[in-house]
Design a binder for this molecule. Structure first.
Ligand SMILES: C=C(OP(=O)(O)O)C(=O)O
Ligand SMILES: [Mg+2]
Length: 574
């Protein structure tokens, strides 16, 4: 039995065949200037026919996939199928096959590559809706090149049977076509606990292991067992692991849904909120019982945009989220562009150190006005809905920045400004920072990467990039202790929540509460498991477990010591 070990980022035990994510398509070689590097027996006509046949095959395949897909995935596939059928694309590729074409004759692969590139440039220049189709054209061109080469199509493989998707890492764009009915687990050789693969897995409730070296070499069809909590992948599993997968399936269907009110064993309330990116996410979160939204990632509404969304577009996007939570708290985070979430209208893609660069709140330095217009839109959307809107800025590092953000919120008529604590300086000076605003929310994904100086996207650094690191837990404690020194209007400490992925780990959630965190925000899928575990401990026990974790010499020791005291985790297979 061969095993691979990595970092478990979403719990669950499943068994199934592996399907590898095809490698990205390599650019076909350009012809030498003026030279015809094509064998004499290959005619322009035969190459033209190859292009036509390949385009047709791609279109047929995409149509078939669109027919069996639903929702956003179906729309993406339909739009891409239309592009593949576009006669302009095929015609301009065929022109490039001729020896008379500027620069000489191309191979069929090179011709479709260049033709697709030109169409993409034209669409980009047209802007607006047309520019949004650029990704579809580039996808079609990659698919036609793969077809011509006889290689599997790029993107998530199509399959009639459920499978375990193996990849080096997944990009945000892969999420639209990932069908959770078909993909039953994710395993990657790269990526950290805060990578897009990890965030996606938790949002979809799929067991996942990242940073498991070698899994991208497992042959297609090989049966493996994945344990998303233990971070282990076993090839050709024995009978005991088959039974474990069966037991998990039974358990997963019996874990009661979240009731909508989280109460600890002694009656203490810790509201459980949801992390969302769009109105559609918010509707799902409300259905899952979320007590509000603890993080609206506003940049997720505009990731495919080259230009700044208008105030009206923003009002519509935020209003759709507020409408799903009438009378409930919704914490809106202002645009967190930069690093892993580039927005061309705000960030410079050529920065040498993007994670340490102009990102989050800092873009107000280089693109003044965008933040004010966003706050204006949030205030207008608040006025048109009944949600209780709080607003926070990402990447705040100093009390001065917090004060400036609060003054912008006040000018927009927004009454509850706050900050994300995701830069260690903000945690270390929490009391002075919190004097300027009404609340703080710990972004443990970034706080971990900055505390440990370990890029959250990098697989080899996954063990450093672990929110159980005792240094991280100290920063959480410092923030909660700092907040306790500063009281708000009601005379009580200013509230500190957690909206990083740490909140979705049921054992770590207990520790966070023990450290003084008042609310936890997570992907809606995690609500039921976190609530089930919190219901078994009192605040005093959580504080004891927090002390145990803080005293541990390593992340692994902290996790093991706390898990040993929470038998419910094993009972629920978490
Ligand atoms: C919640 C966070 O923000 P994001 O993951 O969007 O950077 C975080 O950093 O923990
Ligand atoms: Mg962050």
């Amino acid at each position: 039995m061969q095993t691979f070990s990595g970092v478990g980022v979403a719990p669950g035990r499943v068994l199934g065949p592996v399907r590898q994510m095809p490698k990205p398509v390599q650019e076909p070689a350009a012809p030498l200037q003026g030279a015809v590097n094509i064998p004499a027996d290959v005619t322009v006509e035969s190459q033209g026919q190859r292009i036509k046949d390949a385009a047709k095959a791609v279109q047929t395949e995409l149509r078939a996939r669109a027919d069996s897909a639903s929702g956003e995935g179906k729309e993406v596939l339909e739009a891409t199928a239309l592009m593949a059928a576009d006669p302009m694309l095929v015609k301009s590729a065929i022109k490039l096959l001729s020896p008379e074409a500027p620069g000489g004759a191309r191979t069929a692969e090179r011709a479709i590559w260049e033709a697709g590139g030109s169409v993409a440039e034209t669409l980009k220049a047209l802007g607006g809706y047309m520019a949004e189709r650029v990704a579809d054209v580039l996808d079609v061109r990659a698919r036609i090149v793969s077809e011509l080469r006889g290689l599997p199509a790029p993107g998530i493989p199509a399959s009639d049977v459920p499978f375990i998707l193996a990849a080096e890492d997944l990009a945000p764009a892969d999420t639209a076509t990932l069908d959770p009915a078909k993909v039953i687990a994710l395993i990657t050789s790269s990526g950290g606990p805060q990578s897009h693969t990890a965030i996606l897995a938790r949002a979809l409730g799929l067991p996942a292991v990242v940073a498991a070296q070698g899994v991208d070499d497992i042959a297609d069809g090989t049966e493996v067992y994945v344990d998303g909590a233990a971070g282990a992948i076993t090839v050709d599993p024995g009978e005991d692991l088959r039974l474990a997968a069966k037991a998990w399936a039974t358990q997963a269907s019996t874990l009661a849904a979240f009731s909508g009110t989280n109460v600890m064993a002694d009656g203490f309330r810790v509201p459980l909120l949801a992390n969302v990116g769009t109105g559609a996410d918010a509707v799902k979160a409300a259905d899952a019982g979320a007590e509000g939204v603890g993080l609206l990632r506003t940049e997720f509404c505009f990731l495919d945009r080259d230009d700044e969304p208008t105030v009206e577009e923003q009002i519509a996007a935020y209003g759709a989220v507020f409408a799903a939570f009438p009378g409930k708290k919704v914490v809106v985070r202002t645009l967190d562009a930069g690093a892993d979430k580039p927005l061309p209208f705000l960030t410079n893609a050529d920065e040498p150190n993007p994670a340490l660069g102009v990102r989050g709140y800092r873009t107000d330095l280089t693109s003044p006005g965008v933040l004010e217009r966003q706050l204006e839109a949030i205030a207008a959307a608040e006025a048109a809905n009944r949600a209780e809107v709080w607003v926070m800025a990402p990447m705040i590092s100093t009390a001065d920045e917090a004060a400036h953000f609060a003054s912008l919120c006040a000018a927009a008529g927004l009454t509850t400004p706050g900050v994300m604590v995701e830069v260690p300086s903000a945690a270390l000076t929490a009391a002075t920072v919190l004097r300027e605003v009404g609340f703080a929310s710990l972004g443990t994904n970034d706080l971990t990467q900055y505390a440990m100086a370990a890029d959250r996207q990098l697989g080899p650094l996954a063990t450093l990039n672990d929110p159980w690191q005792p240094a991280m837990l100290q920063l959480v404690k410092l923030t909660a202790d700092g907040a306790a020194l500063v009281s708000g209007a009601t005379g009580t400490a200013k509230p500190v929540g957690v909206c990083g992925e740490a909140a979705a780990d049921p054992a770590l959630a207990v520790v966070l509460v023990g450290l003084g965190v008042a609310t936890l925000s997570m992907s809606a899928r995690a609500l039921a498991a976190v609530a089930a575990v919190l219901a078994t401990v009192t605040v005093a026990q959580a504080q004891q477990l927090a002390a145990t974790a803080l005293a541990a010499p390593s992340a692994a020791a902290a996790r093991a010591a706390v898990r040993a005291e929470l038998p419910i985790l094993d009972e629920l297979g978490l």
